[in-house]
Design a protein around this ligand. Sequence first.
Ligand code: BES
Ligand code: ZN
Ligand code: ZN
Length: 505
Amino acid sequence: MQVSVEKRASVNSETDLFAVLTTSINSENWRLPPRWAEIDGWVDGNLKRVVDLGDFSGKAGQTVRLYSKDGTSPKRIILVGIGNSKEVGPKELRNACSIVIEEATKLESRRVAVLPPLERRLSSSACLQAMSEGFVLGGYRYDQYQTAKGKPKSVAHAAILIETANLRTARRASGAGIAIAESQNLARDLSNQPPWDLNPVTLAEAAKEMAKATGLRCKIEDLQGLKKLKMGAMLAVAQGSSNPPRLITLEHNAPKPGQKSRRPTVCLIGKGVTFDSGGLSLKPSGSMVTMKHDMSGGATVIGAMRACALLRLPIHVVGIVGAVENMPSGTAYRPDDVVTSASGKTIEIGNTDAEGRLVLADALHYARTTFEPDALIDLATLTGACVIALGKWCAGVLANNEALASRIQVAGETTSERFWQLPLWEDHRKFIKSHIADVKQVGGREAGTITAAAFLSHFVEDTPWAHLDIAGVANTDQASTGQPRGATGIGVRALIELLQNWKKL
Ligand code: BES
Ligand code: ZN
Ligand code: ZN
């Protein structure tokens, strides 16, 4: 889909669907706004009638469809409610634009135009960005595995109509929204792809291809490379699968080889378990379904790196994804094994299903020692306990640096991706003491999300670090506005919001 920003006057009869976004209306003392007179004319006075009759009040998410009286104006008019004008912001506009695209798709409308409310506040860059995101996210479908028959035609062109805003600034904001949302859709695509086709090797190839297209530096370590790096924790997980592991490194604004960047450096680290069967600590069959999404943290990192490149963020960003498949077999690692991580610390294995933290242990160590970053941020579908604690409403954030944790939360509020902080104290580290090795891989049943983070904390030392547990929000079995069933691509928007405004911690 092509998204553009146009002057309102550009609308003509080639527009298949013309959407009017409207804040709440009190029909009693309501009068047709002059800027709607033309539209009301197209539909023979039905716009005014539908409001006068109380059939449309502008409640958020409400829609009414009207039809043009002849062939000289847009064919269909749709009113889309965005709620109380005092409460309307980027989130409501993003949702409204997703609704428009979803309606347009149902109607097989190819050309769509959206007229936002006139309020100055609602033509800000943040709002134009959010509207463009709404189009791109609302147009997302994962239908590569459905044979062509009966697929609805997708919208070809969506225009945001502006009346007073500056066209150039508006187009820049919209362009950012498109880049970010398309990157989120890339993360969704990767996460949705079945594990037969998306394994560590093909995930690395996809990252490499994206890097080539956007100008990111890309380095892939294979089995030999991982052995050289002594990544015993990650290799232990990989050992049970016939698909070999990969360590993916993407770099935006990479300094010359061997030099340290003069810009601030932030490392994003993603869990890339392309399928999590649990390994020898095999998951029950029901819990294994959806475990193709266990690389969603890695997918988000790849998506975010794409957006960093397209938006030319002024900082040095490194994306690292530990890609492995966790399978049971005669060569698989076992509970009771002790593995040596890249940091040299030994880990007593308690459960082969707690594989994500092993992958992250080595990836975090690699990130910290190779890039000496100002901050480490990891994303992982790490614990079922997080789904129990926080449900599907937000991701968990745990950190050794309060400023970083709170900035992530603020960024998430801005982009409508919620993060909720859980404590991480010295006390929690006691639960992962081992009698036989330096550290135990798993704590007990209590506070599983926190003990997992406590384990990770052993591998970041003093570097400011935040861990995002996205187990509950990486995928959904319930469709909602702008979000079909399946992968969400959670975190791409918040990470970009955070990195775009990066300040020293
Ligand atoms: N990938 C799972 C976590 C998960 C569970 C993600 C449900 C999404 C939905 C992770 O590797 C895992 O299995 N963790 C175990 C850890 C336990 C063995 C300490 C868990 O949460 O049960
Ligand atoms: Zn697992
Ligand atoms: Zn897992």
